[in-house]
Design a protein around this ligand. Structure first.
Ligand code: URA
Length: 185
């Protein structure tokens, strides 16, 4: 079993896929190692790649607001991505890239042992729930896998592109808050 710091340094040295050649920094993930909720995005964008931190661009600012809306902050949760290096031009990560990188997310999960995983967007949902998962049809539905609750919801970047999705997103956040309170009580 590795510690998160050991995992971070293994990820920093990773050259398993071509994303390693174009990245500026590895974006390992961050947050409370004792978090009960783990948020999983897709992969770093431009600002994340520059700073080495997850969700620091516009989508990240919206994620902060989403957390605040349910009385949470980054200090309460852990935030990671399916792939740790930025795909060029913010394209979706390729399946081969996901397959080579997913071990890091699995290890993070094993160390943190959250009670809830929130999948932000289609890539995280397909990777964590099922390859044929449909975010438009199935977001907001709770799944339980190996004892952990999983909630798929829209990626904050999707909310920025289409603010009409915010109403559904708010429902999902309220459902998350209710489950979290229930688990904490
Ligand atoms: N989008 C993601 O999926 N992850 C980030 O870290 C930033 C933007």
């Amino acid at each position: 079993m590795y510690t998160l710091e050991e995992l971070r340094s293994i990820a920093f040295q990773c050259h398993a896929c071509p994303l390693a050649e174009s990245r500026t920094r590895v974006v390992f993930g961050e947050g409370n190692p004792e978090a009960k909720i783990m948020f999983v995005g897709e992969g770093p964008g431009y600002y994340e790649d520059q700073q080495g931190r997850p969700f620091v661009g516009r989508a990240g600012q919206l994620l902060d607001k989403m957390l605040a809306a349910i009385e949470l902050s980054r200090q309460d949760v852990y935030i990671a991505n399916v792939v740790k290096c930025r795909p060029p031009d913010n394209r979706n990560p390729l399946q081969e890239e996901i397959d080579l990188c997913i071990k890091f997310l699995r290890w993070q999960y094993k160390v943190i042992r959250p009670e809830i995983i929130v999948c932000l967007g289609a890539v995280a949902s397909k990777t964590i729930i099922a390859p044929d998962f449909s975010i438009t049809r199935e977001r907001g539905k709770w799944f339980k896998k190996a004892g952990v609750w999983i909630l798929p919801t829209y990626h904050p970047a999707a909310l920025l592109r289409d603010p009409a999705k915010k109403r559904d997103s708010w429902e999902d956040l309220q459902s998350l808050q209710a489950r979290y309170k229930e688990l904490m009580s």
